[in-house]
Design a protein around this ligand. Structure first.
Ligand SMILES: Nc1ncnc2c1ncn2[C@@H]1O[C@H](COP(=O)(O)OP(=O)(O)OP(=O)(O)O)[C@@H](O)[C@H]1O
Ligand code: NI
Length: 398
């Protein structure tokens, strides 16, 4: 059951997202029923091993899923009010004669929930999952902006760093000429690039790895986003530089009131930057909690395994243990626990019942795990029954 929380707390709500790749050989259910929220000004982590579906989830939000991939079901509700207003003016039907609380119907991707007395939209959302491509293009890189792992894929080697930032400024804020140059320099300074007035005229290859990633972040900020999606932004960098970039993101978040979705496979990085964490496995979220709670009190055997595998300083950086085996590719709808084959705590039912996210116990309503062991204060039988009934219920609805 999704937690009751006023909608307006979240700038982004992903609801039962299904994104699949249809290849000749197989269907890969890369995001298979993913739901989570990102609150205003919050940093939310998505963590999991390679192939668990983190990037596909991010690309779905950005409207960047490429063929043979497709969002097949679910909603991605973006509530940034400026954006909703812009889209409501442009796309929604007969906005003028709609009253408070009125929506434009289920199929529409702009939903206005509230207007004030003079008709200004005060609440609503655009549904990225159900947007036509032309609308998606307008959204992309404006309200939501993305920083990828490899800065070289985001920067074009034949243009100066400054020109790339200026291009974004022109596109999204209509700035040109000297005004744009001044703003580009300011952005480079904001991301901690020294000697910005000179470096603005340099090419990406003249920047070091860390400086390049700073330049990418500056470019992402050029459209003045409310939500920044970072997909492993520090993975290619050495530890010292990584720490600096994380510091920078924290500062920028405070200064610009950014919401951040942060993707990583590194639990150490999660601990460093995230307020809340979603743990992903084979296309599904298997645990979520505040970062403090997740690290202090991990409940899902997969999360416990991930935490045990954090390289420890005490062991000279050696991994304490690793989870044996690989993430399975989700080809079929899950009718069992996808982690069971690797799980040290698996029992018979894990092969036959699909676990759904449930509160881990009565006392804790902000910590959920998708594992038949929970709620832990119920008998094992009752817990299994709860998962069984919720899965069949959800399936029947479809
Ligand atoms: N373009 C594509 N065509 C076919 N399958 C794809 C494509 N992109 C991703 N997938 C599949 O979707 C699944 C999830 O991939 P995704 O890139 O989201 O994983 P990830 O969690 O981001 O992993 P990593 O940590 O390695 O970046 C994988 O099985 C992957 O093979
Ligand atoms: Ni990825």
């Amino acid at each position: 059951m999704p937690r009751a929380r006023p909608d307006t707390d979240a700038i982004l709500s992903v609801e039962d997202l299904h994104t699949a790749f249809f290849t000749d050989k197989e269907t890969i259910r890369a995001a298979d029923g993913v739901s989570f929220d990102i609150g205003y000004g919050e940093t939310v982590g998505i963590v999991g091993e390679s192939g668990s579906g983190k990037s596909v989830t991010a690309r779905s939000i950005m409207g960047l899923v490429e063929s043979p991939g497709k969002i097949t079901d679910g909603h991605i509700k973006y509530r940034g009010i400026e954006t909703v207003r812009k889209f409501a003016d442009r796309y929604s039907r007969s906005t003028a004669d709609r009253t408070d609380g009125d929506t434009v119907g289920d199929d529409d991707f702009v939903v206005v929930e509230e207007r004030d007395a003079d008709g200004t939209v005060t609440a609503g959302y655009v549904d990225v999952a159900n947007m036509p491509e032309n609308a998606r293009q307008r959204l992309r890189g404006s309200a939501i902006s993305m920083v990828f792992q490899d800065p070289l894929t985001s920067l074009n080697p034949v243009y100066t760093v400054g020109n790339q930032i200026k291009e974004a400024l022109k596109l999204h804020q209509g700035l040109r000429g000297r005004e744009a140059t001044r703003e580009a320099i300011e952005l480079l300074e904001a991301v901690g690039i020294p000697d910005a007035p000179r470096r603005v005229n340099e090419y990406p290859h003249e920047f070091s790895g860390g400086m390049r990633q700073r330049a990418v972040i500056a470019t992402a900020l050029a459209c003045d986003p409310e939500l920044l999606i970072c997909d492993e932004p520090t993975t290619a960098l050495d530890v010292t530089i990584q720490a600096q970039i994380l510091e920078l993101l924290k500062e920028l978040q405070k200064e610009r009131d950014l919401s951040i979705m942060f993707i990583t496979h590194d639990m150490g990085v999660v601990a460093e930057i995230c307020d809340r964490v979603n743990v992903m496995y084979a296309g599904e979220l298997v645990e979520r909690a505040s970062a403090e709670e997740l690290f202090g009190n991990p409940k899902h055997p997969y999360t416990q395994g991930l935490l045990d595998s954090i390289p420890s300083r005490n062991t000279g950086g050696d991994r304490l243990s690793i989870i044996e085996g690989d993430v399975e590719t989700p080809n079929e709808p899950a009718t069992y626990c996808r982690f069971a084959p690797r799980c040290p705590k698996a029992f018979d039912e894990c092969d036959h019942v699909h676990p759904v996210l449930v509160d881990v116990n009565e006392a804790n309503d902000d910590h959920e795990a998708a594992c038949l062991l929970y709620p832990e204060d119920e008998t094992q039988e009752a817990a299994v029954e709860r998962h069984r009934s919720q899965t069949t219920g959800a399936e029947a609805e479809r």
